[in-house]
Design a protein around this ligand. Sequence first.
Ligand SMILES: Nc1ncnc2c1ncn2[C@@H]1O[C@H](COP(=O)(O)OP(=O)(O)OP(=O)(O)O)[C@@H](O)[C@H]1O
Length: 295
Amino acid sequence: MTILKAQGLTKRYGNHAAVKDFDLHLRERECIALLGPNGAGKTTTLHMLAGLIPPTAGVILSDNKILNRDTIGFLPQHPAFFDWMYPLEYLLLAGTLSGMTKRTIKERSLQVLEMTGLLEARKQKIGSFSGGMKQRLGLAQAIMHEPKILLLDEPVSALDPAGRIDVMNILEELKKDKAILFSTHVLHDAEQICDRALIMKSGQSVSYENIKEWRGNQSSERYRLETSVSLPIEGLQNLYEEIDIREPKLIVGTLRDKVTPNMLLQQCIRQDIGIRYFGAEEKTLEEHYIEVIEG
Ligand SMILES: Nc1ncnc2c1ncn2[C@@H]1O[C@H](COP(=O)(O)OP(=O)(O)OP(=O)(O)O)[C@@H](O)[C@H]1O
C-alpha cells in the first residue's frame, strides 16, 4: 500500500523551478534512494514532503489522505545540535516538539539510544560526539515519535566509512517497519539497501528503477577478465564485440555472437595469460546513474 504519495510536486523560486512535476509512490516498508547531482532538487523535495516548505503546486497524500506530519520523521542534511546538551536532553526537546508526554519521552529516549548504539554514550555531552555519533543521534531524534515514514537528507554523505556502515546498518533495521526515502551521493549504499532508486536531474525525476527488477532485466553478457600480467590484447580483441580496457590487467566486454566464455578462456591459456578472475559483470547503479545523468 502506498504510504506517501506526491503528485505534480513543484517548487519555484522566482522564475527558477527547483522541483518540477515530481511524482512519488512510497509503499509501506519500502526504501527509496533519491539520487542526483548537486542542485538537482533532492533537498527541496524532501523539505516539501516533510512539510517544511510549501509546494508551489502539487499534492502530498498519506494513505490517500492529506499528509499528517506526525507520520513523518525527518533528518535534515545538517542537523543542529547544542554541544552543551546531553543526548537525553536533546531527545526531550525533540519529543516535546513532537507533542509526546514526558513519561513516554523518558522510555522512548532509552529505546532510541539503544537502537542507534548510543546508550553507553548517554552521559557524554553532544559536543564530545564524533560526526558519526551525531548523525546517529539525528536519526534517534527522527524516530522518537515512532513515525511510519522516514525522510533523511544525505544521512551518510559526511561520514567516514565506519560511520557510514553504522548508519546503514541502523537503516537496515528501521526499514523492517518503516518506509524510508533518503537522498545520497553514495550509490553503492543505495544499491545495497534500497528497493528503488529515483534519479533527479534539474528538478525532475528522470529515472525510477526497481533495483531487483532492474538487475534481473540485465542480460549478463558482459564479462570481466582480470589477469596477472598486462594483457597482450591481440588475439583476444577479435573475440569481443565491445571491449573496455579499464586497466592493463582488467578488461570488461561483450563477446561476439557465437563466441563462448570457454573460447575466451582457451585463448588466454594458449597465450599463457594467468587468469585471476573471470565472471559475468552486471551494470552497477553507478554506471546506470552516469548514463542517465550524462545522457
Ligand atoms: N531558498 C531558495 N531560494 C532560491 N533557490 C533555491 C532555494 N533553495 C534551493 N534553491 C535552488 O533549487 C535548486 C535545487 O536545490 P536543492 O538544494 O534542492 O538541490 P540538491 O539536489 O539537494 O543539492 P545537493 O546535492 O547539493 O544537496 C538549486 O538550483 C538551488 O540553488
